[in-house]
Structure formats: structure tokens, C-alpha cells
Design a protein around this ligand. Structure first.
Ligand code: NAP
Length: 265
């Protein structure tokens, strides 16, 4: 039997842990795929490929041509196009797909959240005021705040990036902070205090890497506008790296048993 090959669709912090865990398994080829949006991406263990596949058809073609035995979709919870494509390409090719979906954050006592369905609604929920609004939403949806010309916006993103077309410049009310997480609690307290932040806009990503800002907001009584997660396709899913590794082990054992079983008579 050829060495089994697993494709990890990356983009979340856990995709790196998964690649570390699987790259240590003897006799398994691990390929991590990243969208390639950042200039200096962190590289996971194992093989790495960068850039889109070209929709469902492109991904399906890749799965077959590259002899992929299983896919683990460990993209960010808001990367709903890639998740849907993985699900559809799996259905088209018969290659099993497991989605890693980390649990979402839930409000705790002392939190002051306004939950909204999308970024347009988040912009609509921002009230006017002199003190800045802190945006921790990445760069792709910042233009949703373009009309808030009288609101000071503080956007934290990994690195400088051009605005999405057709915009040619970022709205002047946005001030950027360039930094890459994970961010610790003390860091977030200091930032909220030093910049006198009056409200945070964020996405319900879940997980530990980005949750310190919520703990800091609770401590300082800063309100949060929380964008809910997009809808997900049906399909098998796990919430921990351990369960994802266990699923892969079970699947590959089934494949091995089938290949070594005596021919049916
Ligand atoms: P998306 O809307 O779901 O995906 C858009 C397209 O980007 C996909 O159709 C695919 O292109 C390509 N793509 C996405 N993830 C890929 C991967 N792991 N490998 C290869 N191609 C990939 O995703 P997005 O929201 O733009 O996010 C882009 C990447 O950043 C994702 O990998 C995501 O996990 C990560 N990320 C997203 C967020 C967020 O808030 N959205 C936050 C942190 C990290 P083709 O159709 O050509 O295959």
C-alpha cells in the first residue's frame, strides 16, 4: 500500500498543532494547505502548499491527482467558503472530510456583548462618540466601517495590506496597529487602557489564541460587538485535535484492512 496522505486545510492556530501531531506519525504524509494571504506565513510541519485550489472542481482534482486519503478542514471558523468547498469536493470524490470546529465563545457574567449576524450589522451597532472603537476582525471586512466617518477606529491586523478593490485607499478614520497574535491578557488590558477604547468589534472565533481581549473587556467593563459565526455545511466534525487525530487513525485503519483483506468470493 502506498504511504497514506492527509491534507490539512490550514488557517487556524490548531491547524499548526495538528500538522505537528501528524507529521510525527511514521508512515504518514502530511500536506498543509494555506490560502497564502500573508506575506510571511508561519510554516507548519510537513509538506506545505500555498494558494487556492480553484473552487470545488480544483480541490476535487487535487484530491484525486495527489492521492489524498483524507482531508481535515482546520480552517478558521469564518472561512466558510473553503469549508463548503471541502465538504462538496469530499462528496464529489469520495475522499472523507473531517471538519475541525472549535467551540465558540459564550458570554460570561460581567460581559456586555451585542451579538450581530454580520459585519454590516456590526458597523450599524457602533454608536458615535469620541473615544476609539477597537476592530479585531482582520482586514478583509474593514470597508464595512467606511461610512462611519465621524468614528475613530483602531484596527489590529497582522501586516500592512491594500484595501480590497474597488477601494484604492483605506478610510482615513482607521488607524492601524500591526501585530500578530496570540495576545496575552496583560497586553490586552494595556491596549484597552492606553488607547481608551470604548468598544470592541470582533468575530466569534472561539479558542484560546484570541480570547484574552474578551477577558480584558470584561475586567474593564468595555462593551463588545460580537459577530456570530456563518452557517456551516452538514458533515462530520470534531472539536479537539485529539479527536481529529483519532478519527484519522480509525479511517486509515479501515482503508488498510480493506486493502489487505482476502478478495471476496
Ligand atoms: P474563505 O472565504 O473561506 O476562502 C476563500 C478562498 O480562499 C477559498 O475559496 C480558497 O480558494 C482559498 N482558501 C481559503 N483557505 C484556504 C486554504 N487553507 N488552502 C488553500 N486555499 C484556501 O476564507 P477567508 O475567510 O478568505 O480566509 C482565508 C484564509 O485565512 C483561510 O485559510 C482561513 O482559515 C484564514 N483565516 C480566516 C479568518 C477569517 O476571519 N475569515 C481569520 C483567520 C484566518 P479556492 O476556491 O481557489 O480554492
Amino acid at each position: 500500500m502506498a504511504q497514506p496522505r492527509v491534507l490539512i486545510l490550514g488557517g487556524s492556530a490548531e491547524a499548526f498543532s495538528l500538522a505537528d501531531a501528524l507529521a510525527a506519525v511514521p508512515g504518514l504524509d502530511v500536506i498543509s494547505s494555506m490560502a497564502g494571504r500573508t506575506k510571511y506565513p508561519r510554516r507548519p510541519a510537513g509538506e506545505v502548499r500555498l494558494g487556492g485550489f480553484g473552487g470545488v472542481a480544483g480541490l476535487a482534482e487535487f484530491l484525486v491527482a495527489d492521492g489524498i486519503d483524507a482531508v481535515i478542514d482546520a480552517t478558521h471558523p469564518f472561512a466558510h467558503h473553503m469549508t463548503r468547498n471541502a465538504s462538496d469536493a469530499g462528496a464529489r470524490t469520495g475522499v472523507p472530510v473531517m471538519h475541525f470546529w472549535r467551540p465558540e465563545w459564550l458570554p460570561e457574567a460581567g460581559d456586555n456583548w451585542t451579538e450581530v449576524n454580520d459585519m454590516a450589522a456590526a458597523a450599524g451597532a457602533v454608536t458615535s462618540g469620541d473615544r476609539p472603537v477597537f476592530l479585531t476582525i482582520g482586514s478583509t471586512e474593514l470597508m464595512a466601517f467606511a461610512d462611519l466617518t465621524d468614528v475613530r477606529l483602531l484596527a489590529r491586523i497582522i501586516e500592512p495590506v491594500d484595501p480590497p478593490a474597488p477601494a484604492t485607499a483605506w478610510p482615513s478614520q482607521i488607524e492601524f496597529i500591526y501585530d500578530r497574535g496570540p495576545f496575552g491578557y496583560e497586553n490586552e488590558i494595556e491596549l484597552l487602557r492606553d488607547r481608551d477604547v470604548r468598544c470592541i468589534v470582533t468575530k466569534n472565533s472561539g479558542g484560546d489564541a484570541a480570547r484574552a481581549k474578551l477577558d480584558a473587556a470584561r475586567e474593564l467593563g468595555v462593551p463588545v460587538i460580537m459577530v456570530r459565526r456563518p452557517a456551516r455545511p452538514d458533515g462530520e466534525h470534531v472539536a479537539t485535535i485529539t479527536d481529529a487525530v483519532a478519527w484519522l487513525g480509525r479511517h486509515l485503519n479501515r482503508v488498510r484492512d480493506k486493502e489487505t483483506a482476502p478478495p471476496a468470493v
